[in-house]
Ligand binder design. Sequence first.
Ligand SMILES: Nc1ncnc2c1ncn2[C@@H]1O[C@H](COP(=O)(O)OP(=O)(O)OP(=O)(O)O)[C@@H](O)[C@H]1O
Length: 636
Amino acid sequence: MEGSKLPKPSGLRPPQIKATKPLAEIKFNRMLSNVAAQVSKPPINLRRSKSVTDIRMLMEKPRLLSKVTNKVQSTRPQTSKIAPKRKAEKPSEEVKPKIVKQAKIPDWDYKGRYNQLREKHIVLNEEHKKQISKLQMLEDVEQKYNLIQDQHNALEKKCKTLSDSNKALSNGNTHLNSKLSELQTNLSIRTKEYEELKENFDEILAKDKINSEKIEKLYEQNNFLSSTLGELKKEFNHLKDEHEKLDVDHTILKAKSNKLLTENETLSRNLDMETRNNMNLSNSITNLKQDVYNGEVLRRRLHNLIQDLKGNIRVFCRVRPPINLEEQERLQCLINYLDEKSLEIRKSRESISTTSGKPTDIRAEFSFDKVFEPGSSQEEIFEDLSQLVQSALDGYDICVFAYGQTGSGKTYTMQGGESLNEAAGWVYEVKASFLEIYNETVRDLLNPNCAQNLEIRYNEGKGTTVTNLTIQSINSADELKNWMMIAQQNRAVAATDFNEHSSRSHAVTKIYLHGQNNEAKVFYTGSINLVDLAGSESAKTSANERLIETKNINKSLSTLGSVMLALYNKEKHVPYRNSKLTYLLQSSLGGNSKTLMVVNIAPFEECYAESINSLRFAAKVKEVKMSAKRNKAITK
Ligand SMILES: Nc1ncnc2c1ncn2[C@@H]1O[C@H](COP(=O)(O)OP(=O)(O)OP(=O)(O)O)[C@@H](O)[C@H]1O
């Protein structure tokens, strides 16, 4: 400053200047060294001094400031709104005066030296100005520094406070840590407990689900039961009403009951008497039943005795009537029915000799067990036949033959009905078989197309049987008739000169009877053979093509006669085996049977010869006597 006020050099020789450093420079240097010494000293109160030495310090301020700022920042929370620190300013190098080394001017050259100094002065003057402005700036900085220092102090205080709080927090933290570990332990225990509880809870949930389902079902049941209960309540009310009514009735009935009880006691006494009477009656019934059975046994014995007395072979004669106008116009024999057992037969009047006036034909008289006139009915025939049926029911084998020439009425007679005796505690099981013998061959009339062989077998104990023969159970007379019709339709039918539908075979209907008396615990087995014989006309009257049939028929019929005769003569050998018919009927023609022969004759004169033959044959049969033995009664 002083330099700027230096006087202008005169034209004189410049004063001698010692070769020492200029004064300003020396001062300046001194100042700098002071500043340096101050800086190295311990901190000072910056406010106290505003000297140039302090300037040096001030130059150092940014560094201190930055240190303080850094400390404050490290203690201060990040959210502090303090303005960002200013960039520390390095001590400017421009402070040092830039002295250009110049060529050494000789001491004597004052002017030169003056100029040189002048230049230096100018430079230093400028430098001074700069330093002044910088000083000004430093003063500002100082103010700021003071402000910052205050802030720093405040911050330090705060920092201390914070440190204290930090310590307190640290202590708290330790406490909290111990608490935390405690809590963690608790937490693990609680977690375990929680897991257990969770498991329990899950179990409970599962149970709850099941229970919910059960509850739903129970709800449904409850609803159903509620509705049922409602209905039951209604019913209950209804029943209650009825119960009340019944109560009333009950009272009335009780009164009646008491009355009846009294009556009952009286009746009870009477009943005891009745029971005693009933027991007496029951005993009487048992005795009577026994009497009935004994009477039945006696009746059977007597019946059989009568049948025996009548003869085991009985012969009926039946004369059939002309059945239509044409037959009525035909010439007829003269038949006199002498009584119910005999008849006389002869040719019509036209046969009487015109010369002698005496009949030219043979006059014949026959006696039988019964003679049935043309007007007699099936019922009349059956009335007599039924005695034999009764014998069959009593355990005898019965054989009923219808003998006679073709068209004489054999089949008609055999088709008569029958009734079964179910009286006196007897129950009968009836079966039937139907067969025919045609040209010595046996055929099942219920199974005419049967391919199997039907063979007749005779067994001494069992009687005669036919292999593969159909034996049909019969439940009523109508059923039997029905089967008989079927069998009749299946018979071999062939036309003959005498009867268009004449049968050319022997038909045997066998009815098997099994009688059982459950009270007496006995049963009998008997049978009825209804034999519809083939026509008995002689061979000469038959058509040629039927000759073989006729021969077979006549052979079997003559064998039948021979068998009868042998039985009549009590011959040892009876020729049953000579024909299928006699072989089949062996057990029914022998000693253990009762036989009825119905000889049928036609009333026509042209049949006279055959009628005489038939009547003679029947008369012979009538002579045969047999002693029939009843099948043994089997007691259960
Ligand atoms: N007592 C009777 N009353 C009424 N009609 C009868 C009587 N007997 C037989 N007839 C009738 O005479 C006819 C011949 O009778 P039926 O066929 O019974 O003879 P048949 O001797 O059995 O002959 P065949 O040997 O050819 O079998 C039949 O039309 C039958 O109805």
